[in-house]
Design a protein around this ligand. Structure first.
Ligand code: URA
Length: 194
């Protein structure tokens, strides 16, 4: 089965998920978007209002920042895969709860297993702490970390600030932009290693 077919099958399963209370309070499950063959997978926090309306991650104002940043390094959404830790919108965009993250993790693990990216770019602290619970984004942003997880195996992660934080804070925006510009070099390095 192709990766696209595997994701399609997974999305169908995900769409029927009601393992936590978030599903009852949102319009739809927001699976992911982009290229199933992508080498880079971006993982955010949870869908916002627009994402919940359209069923596509990163399509609101935060998504526009991400699109612009991708464009600045000559990448398009179609070149990468985008998803979130939580697939359902928390009410009023509140932070996802640890139990919701834990419950939803079965879907993220399966997505990572199917896509098998060369590198995961975590956006914000929730995505970072999913992989490294103790890590502080202020300390590890813009650095490649190689981690070993029981379910996924060894994987490189590249933590970035969340684009929503970059939108509201000038200093965070500068760091986010600076870190983002490292992606082409990382991609070149990954290619060399293959
Ligand atoms: N939109 C998403 O899909 N995820 C986020 O983390 C923020 C906005």
């Amino acid at each position: 089965m192709t990766k696209a077919n595997q994701l399609e099958k997974l999305n169908l399963e995900m769409s029927q998920c009601s393992k936590c209370a978030l599903r009852a309070g949102c319009q739809r499950v927001v699976f992911g978007d982009g290229n199933p063959q992508a080498k880079i997978m971006f993982i955010g926090e949870a869908p916002g209002k627009k994402e919940d309306e359209l069923g596509i991650p990163f399509v609101g104002s935060t998504g526009r920042i991400l699109d612009k940043m991708l464009e600045s390094i000559q990448l398009r959404r179609e070149d990468v895969y985008l998803t979130n830790i939580c697939k359902c919108r928390p009410p009023e965009n509140r932070d996802p709860l640890p139990t919701e993250i834990q419950t939803c993790s079965i879907w993220l693990e399966k997505q990572i297993q199917i896509i098998n990216p060369k590198i995961i770019i975590t956006l914000g602290r929730f995505a970072l702490n999913y992989f490294l619970p103790q890590a502080k984004i202020s300390a590890v942003h813009g650095i490649i970390l190689e981690i070993n997880t029981e379910k996924i195996g060894t994987i490189k992660i590249f933590p970035l600030h969340h684009p929503a934080a970059a939108r509201i804070n000038r200093q965070t925006r500068a760091l986010f932009t600076q870190d983002f510009q490292k992606i082409p070099t990382i991609l070149k390095q990954i290619k060399k290693e293959q």
